[in-house]
Design a protein around this ligand. Structure first.
Ligand SMILES: Cc1cc2nc3c(=O)[nH]c(=O)nc-3n(C[C@H](O)[C@H](O)[C@H](O)COP(=O)(O)O)c2cc1C
Ligand code: SF4
Length: 414
C-alpha cells in the first residue's frame, strides 16, 4: 500500500497549533531566514524551477504567477499585495481547513516568503466566516508572529516590513473565485470582475496582487529549504510535489491524505480503508461540484493535472467523493446542479437563468416525459455549453464539467 508523503501537513498532529515555539522547534521560520538571505529574483526562479502548481483547483504554475506579479507594469513605489485564498467553498474540499487548524504557521511562513519574493509589504488572508476554528487559530498565530518579530517592521533586521491581516467572507461559493474574492476583500458586494486584467496586474485596490491558495503557500517553505530539484523529484513530470486529497463517501476511512501527485484513485481508496460495505466501486466525483464524474476506467490513472485531463477528468481542489453501486447518479447530479443554481450571483442572464433551467431539465432526465433520457442529457450539455460561452465568470462555465463527464462515462446509465 502507498504511504502518505507530507509537505503541507508535515507538522499536523506533531505540534500544538497554538504554539509558535513548537513550530520553531520543528524547523519553523528557517525557510524564511534562508529566503531573506537570497535575492528575491533567485527565489522566484527557485519557485519556477520547482514546477509547483496552484492547489486551489486551476493548477496554474505558481512561479510564473509570482514572476508576473513581480514584473507588473506599475511604478516601483506602488504597493504590491499578497493574498491567501482560504475561502474553500468547493463541495467535498476541506484540506485548507486542516492546514489552518493544525499548522497555521506553515501557511503564514509561505506567505512571508512570497511577500519577500515580490517585495509586498501588505498581505491578507481571506477566510470564509463559517470556518470559526480556522479563524481563531489564524488570529492567534498572527499575534504570535507579530510578538516574535516575524511580522511587522524590519523583519530579521532588514529594511523589509510586512503586515498581515485577516478578512472574513460570508460563505458565498463565488467569493472563492479570485477576482470576486478581491472585490469582497475591498468591502464590496461579491460580484466578479471581468478578466483580464488578471490580479498580477490589477488585483486588490487595483494594484499588483499575488493570490494563491492556502495549500500552495504551505509548499513554499519546503521548496526553499530543500530546493526545486528535490521538489520536482516527487509526483509526476507535469504535476510535481504532493497533494492533499479529501476523500469522502463510501470508503471505510474518509478523511484527508497527503500523497505524491500521480497516486491513482485505486491507491487512494485503498489508503482510505477500501470500499465500505459489500458494494463495489461505481463512480467517483473528482474535484468537487465543478468536477468530473469518472467510472472504474479511471481507477488506475495517475492523478495529476495533465494526466487526468487526458481522460477528460480534473484534479481540481483534490476533493474525491466515492460512490458504491448502491448510489444514484441522479441524486448526486441533482445536488450539484441545485448547488450552482443557489450560488449563481444572478449578475448575468445565461448563468442566472441557465443554472435553474438545468435543474428543471435534470428532473426530466430522472422522470423522462418522452422516454428518452439520453436525448435530454444531450440537450443539457448544449445548454451548459452555451452558458460556458456567454457567462460573465467561470461559475457559469462550471455546470458543463460534471454534465460532460456524466455523458462520457455514464451514458449507458441514461
Ligand atoms: C467559482 C469559483 C470558486 C473558487 N473557489 C476557490 C476557493 O475556495 N479556494 C481557492 O483557493 N481557489 C478557488 N477558486 C480558484 C481561484 O479563482 C484561484 O484560481 C486560486 O485562488 C489561485 O490560487 P492557486 O494558483 O494557488 O491555486 C475558485 C474559482 C472559481 C471559478
Ligand atoms: S456567471 Fe453566474 S456567478 Fe458569474 S457573474 Fe454571471 S450570474 Fe454571477
Amino acid at each position: 500500500m502507498i504511504q502518505e508523503k507530507r509537505i503541507a501537513l508535515k507538522n499536523a498532529g506533531h505540534i500544538d497549533p497554538g504554539s509558535i515555539d513548537e513550530y520553531i522547534a520543528r524547523g519553523g521560520f528557517q525557510a524564511m531566514e534562508k529566503a531573506f538571505a537570497r535575492e528575491p529574483k533567485d527565489l522566484i526562479a527557485e519557485m519556477e524551477n520547482s514546477g509547483l502548481r496552484g492547489r486551489g483547483g486551476g493548477g496554474f504554475p505558481t512561479g510564473m504567477k509570482v514572476k508576473f506579479t513581480d514584473q507588473a507594469a506599475w511604478p516601483s513605489d506602488y504597493m504590491k499585495y499578497v493574498v491567501c485564498n482560504a475561502d474553500e467553498g468547493e463541495p467535498g474540499t476541506y484540506k485548507d481547513r486542516v492546514i489552518m487548524e493544525q499548522d497555521p504557521f506553515i501557511m503564514i511562513e509561505g506567505m512571508i516568503i512570497a511577500a519577500w519574493a515580490i517585495q509586498a509589504e501588505q498581505a491578507y488572508i481571506y477566510i470564509r466566516g463559517e470556518y470559526v476554528e480556522s479563524v481563531r487559530r489564524i488570529e492567534h498565530a498572527l499575534k504570535q508572529c507579530y510578538d516574535k518579530g516575524y511580522l511587522g517592521k524590519h523583519l530579521l533586521n532588514t529594511e523589509f516590513s510586512l503586515d498581515m491581516e485577516l478578512r472574513l467572507g460570508a460563505g458565498s461559493y463565488l467569493c472563492g473565485e479570485e477576482l470576486t474574492l478581491l472585490e469582497s476583500l475591498e468591502g464590496n458586494r461579491g460580484y466578479p470582475r471581468i478578466k483580464p486584467p488578471f490580479p498580477a496586474n490589477e488585483g486588490v485596490f487595483r494594484k499588483p496582487t499575488l493570490i494563491n491558495n492556502v495549500e500552495t503557500f504551505a509548499h513554499m517553505p519546503w521548496i526553499v529549504m530543500e530546493g526545486a530539484q528535490a521538489y520536482k523529484a516527487m509526483g509526476t513530470e507535469k504535476s510535481p510535489g504532493t497533494k492533499i486529497f479529501t476523500i469522502s463517501g463510501d470508503v471505510n476511512k474518509p478523511g484527508y491524505y497527503e500523497v505524491e501527485m500521480g497516486t491513482t484513485l485505486r491507491q487512494l481508496i485503498e489508503l482510505a480503508g477500501g470500499m465500505k460495505g459489500g458494494d463495489g466501486f461505481y463512480a467517483a466525483i473528482l474535484g468537487g461540484a465543478a468536477g468530473t464524474f469518472v467510472n472504474e476506467s479511471v481507477l488506475d490513472t495517475p492523478m495529476g493535472f495533465d494526466t487526468l485531463k487526458e481522460k477528460n477528468a480534473i484534479l481540481g481542489s483534490g476533493a474525491v467523493m466515492v460512490m458504491n453501486t448502491s448510489r444514484s447518479l441522479y441524486e448526486m447530479m441533482a445536488s450539484i446542479l441545485e448547488f450552482f443554481a443557489h450560488e449563481s450571483c444572478g449578475k448575468c442572464v445565461p448563468c442566472r437563468v441557465g443554472t435553474k433551467m438545468l435543474v428543471d431539465m435534470w428532473d426530466e432526465v430522472k422522470v423522462p416525459k418522452n422516454g428518452n433520457r439520453s436525448h435530454m442529457l444531450d440537450k443539457m450539455a448544449g445548454e451548459a455549453d452555451y452558458m460556458q460561452k456567454t457567462s460573465l465568470c467561470p461559475l457559469g462555465g462550471s455546470p458543463i464539467i460534471p454534465i460532460e463527464s456524466a455523458r462520457q462515462y455514464f451514458r449507458h446509465a441514461f
